[in-house]
Design a protein around this ligand. Structure first.
Ligand code: AP5
Length: 217
């Protein structure tokens, strides 16, 4: 199965991708994680990315395109969930052409809809494990007691001014991707509010329309 999960910052794309990955045996290709890994490696590209990401801006299309396409190629163009890509109309156009060229079209584009006030509440209280990348929320999903608190950190782009910029960038550059897919039968909007498991069930139900999905377990 080949899926895109789409939505504004903090919509729950990462949280839901991880659940779908476990449930459906897919590999999560999260461009934000790939960028953070590049920054951690301290490469020249990573240093360039750091400035963009900390300011809440998108990294250049051409750079993220090659990272995303290489990741999908490594998976033999199948069994993946793309989280955070495409994020511009240019990226969406490239992705569609790339997958068509490899006879591996997307099955579904799942678009999570979450009101802005929920997004700000989610991101301002998000914390991330510095080594595993596991994501927590101080209220809804606090880190377990046996996790070293020194490793629980706030992402630099979860500071209030960076959140504001990410939302502005989302409206300006990413919302048009919704328009790009809007009339496509593979595009489905799903409410991303409510309990994490409730949203997960909604996604499974929608995916069941595109391919057989076992929802009983
Ligand atoms: P990325 O890491 O992808 O950030 P994002 O898209 O802004 O998304 P987030 O990770 O902030 O949120 P999410 O939707 O995954 O929500 P999560 O599940 O964590 O990208 C970071 C940066 O990299 C970008 O700003 C850009 O600079 C660059 N980048 C990445 N891809 C790019 C691309 N294609 N092109 C150019 N640049 C790119 O949940 C958020 C919080 O809410 C968590 O605390 C979670 O526990 C909580 N939560 C989740 N679901 C629920 C729920 N149902 N109820 C209550 N709380 C919930």
């Amino acid at each position: 199965m080949r899926i895109v999960i789409f939505g504004p910052p903090g919509a729950g794309k990462g949280t839901q991708s991880r659940l779908l990955k476990e449930r459906l045996g897919l590999t999560q290709v999260a461009t934000g994680d790939l960028i953070r890994a590049e920054i951690k490696r301290g490469t020249q590209l990573g240093r360039t990315f750091q400035t963009y990401i900390e300011e809440g801006k998108l990294v250049p299309d051409a750079d993220i395109r090659s990272i995303a396409e290489q990741a999908v190629a490594r998976l033999d163009y199948n069994h993946f969930i793309l989280d955070g890509y495409p994020r511009t109309v240019q990226q969406a156009t490239w992705l569609e052409a790339f997958l068509a060229e490899h006879h591996a079209p997307l099955h579904a584009v799942l678009s999570l809809i979450v009101p802005t006030e929920n997004i700000v509440a989610r991101l301002s209280q998000r914390r991330m494990h510095a080594e595993t990348g596991d994501t927590y929320h101080l209220t809804f999903n606090p880190p377990p007691a046996d996790v070293n608190p020194a490793l629980i950190q706030q992402r630099p782009d979860d500071r209030p001014e960076a959140i504001r910029e990410r939302l502005r960038v989302y409206d300006e550059q990413t919302l048009p991707v919704r328009k790009f897919y809007e009339k496509d039968p593979r595009y489905v909007e799903i409410s991303g509010t409510g309990e994490v498991q409730e949203v997960h069930r909604r996604l499974l139900e929608v995916l069941g329309r595109f391919a057989p999905v076992d929802r009983t377990a």
